[in-house]
Design a protein around this ligand. Structure first.
Ligand code: SF4
Length: 447
């Protein structure tokens, strides 16, 4: 169970030396109790206290990584129920199910789809993160052959080996030696053998049960067998059950400090209808799944799920922003157009993307407005005529260009007169309201 702030305080040195960045040991203890500080910040804590506090300061949902290298998937470490309390930490991973009953060509094709799923959105690389290879045949040899194919076609993609037959799991896991796969399928009838295989192969163990009681009994047993890293599946498959059980698991771990359920959750949401499956995956992403297993990965579905996941796992208290500076798009000469907009990441990436699409080399002045979009920044008094004039004057861009024309977003057309007044000798041009009109705008200017 988690310790209270006062209980933690009793174990600290009580010298109020402030080395941890907090004014008193009590203040630090309170932050530790809320899991908003790390025990490492106190250099003077005793070994004995460290041991006692280790558990209290550990995240209630165990941090676990599967896969290896740059594409390894981090899970767990969550400390809150709601993202307005604190940022959710590790985004839900998407895995494509590949059945070992498919032909070699089909398995290769699907593995290739996963490899090619990566897109860039507002500067982040988003992808289908894993392959869930399923032993649908029930045959260990078939499973092993399919695993070899997946390892060959998608060597960097983390893998979840779904098999309830320990023989099949053991045959396939060896192919991913050193790549830390998940072996999913430990249940009450095979738990000893599966735990042994996971332990021997340094794999994460996926545990499945009928309900939370059986699940917590199983995780405790597996822990006693020496396997610490698990992902858990309550057996929920319907939307209502997934919401209910995922929420109960998260609540038990975070509010009650109930360790047997303090593990990342895996949800299987496969449906015949792809739109239906997308909605099921939305539930997993929104309600605490660390892995959501899909049966297909069409581009439209990926885009919807990536955008949702990115929104949920962005810190709502810190807008995504880019650095204030003049960005060159293409290789702009002195006569190239000069645009200005705010430093909200999405605004930057959309505007710069559209300028790129136009193939007209340009300069884009990105002004620090604390990560707000154009209209919000204008309404908040952060994208005003005097601030724009000051930024442009201080940026030094004037020395690089042979004209004095600044293109402002169409949404703040109202500012054109006042910016012209404040930026002596400059011509202010009103650009399009929507970024997607920029290519036409630029082509019309150069025609
Ligand atoms: S560094 Fe340790 S001893 Fe010093 S104030 Fe913080 S908690 Fe107390």
């Amino acid at each position: 169970m988690a310790l209270s702030g006062v209980e933690i305080f009793k174990l600290l040195p009580k010298t109020n030396c402030k080395k941890c960045g907090h004014p008193t040991c009590l203040a630090f203890a309170m932050k530790l109790a809320q899991r908003q500080a790390s025990l490492d910040s106190c250099p003077d804590v005793s070994e004995e206290a460290k041991q006692k506090l280790g558990e209290a300061s550990a995240p209630p949902v165990r941090p676990i990584t599967f896969g290896a290298g740059d594409k390894a998937v981090k899970m767990g470490e969550e400390t809150v129920l709601f993202r307005h309390d604190k940022k959710f930490v590790n985004p839900c991973a998407f895995a494509l199910e590949i059945k070992d009953t498919l032909s070699s060509e089909e398995i290769s094709e699907l593995a290739g789809q996963v490899v090619g799923s990566e897109i860039d959105r507002v500067g982040q690389k988003l992808r289908i993160d894993a392959i869930a290879l399923t032993n649908s045949s029930g045959d260990a040899g078939k499973f092993e052959s399919a695993a070899k194919l997946v390892a060959e076609k998608a060597p960097e993609v983390p893998v979840i080996l779904c098999a309830e037959n320990p023989g099949a799991a053991e045959a396939a896991v060896k192919i991913f030696a050193g790549k830390r796969p998940v072996i999913y399928g430990a249940n009450s009838s095979n738990v000893d053998a599966m735990a042994e295989i996971a332990k021997a192969n340094k794999a994460v163990l996926g545990v499945t049960a009928n309900g939370l009681e059986e699940l917590s009994t199983l995780t405790e047993k597996i822990k006693s067998l020496g396997v610490e890293d698990m992902v858990i599946d309550s057996g929920a498959r319907k939307a209502k059950d997934i919401i209910e059980q995922n929420t109960l698991i998260r609540r038990a771990a975070i509010k009650k400090g109930f360790k047997p359920l303090g593990y990342p959750v895996i949800n299987f949401v496969q449906r015949e209808d792809s739109l239906h499956e997308t909605l099921m995956a939305v539930i997993g992403v929104a309600k605490y799944a660390s892995i959501t297993v899909l049966s297909s990965i069409e581009k439209w579905k990926n885009l919807a799920l990536f955008a949702l996941r990115q929104n949920i796992y962005t810190d709502p208290q810190v807008p995504m922003q880019v650095e204030q500076k003049i960005y060159n798009i293409g290789e702009p000469g002195p006569d190239a157009p000069l645009f200005i907009t705010t430093n909200f990441s999405l605004t930057y990436f959309i505007v710069s993307g559209e300028i790129e699409n136009s193939r007209v080399a340009s300069r884009l002045a990105i002004m620090d407005c604390e990560g707000l979009s154009v209209l919000t920044a204008w309404a908040a008094g952060k994208f005003t005529a005097s601030k724009i004039a000051q930024f442009i004057s201080e940026s030094g861009v004037e020395k690089e260009i042979s004209h004095k024309e600044l293109i402002i977003p169409g949404y703040v057309a109202i500012l054109s007169g006042s910016v012209e007044d404040k930026l002596s000798g400059w011509k202010i041009t009103i650009g399009p309201r929507e970024a997607n009109a920029i290519p036409t705008f630029l082509k019309t200017r150069t025609a």
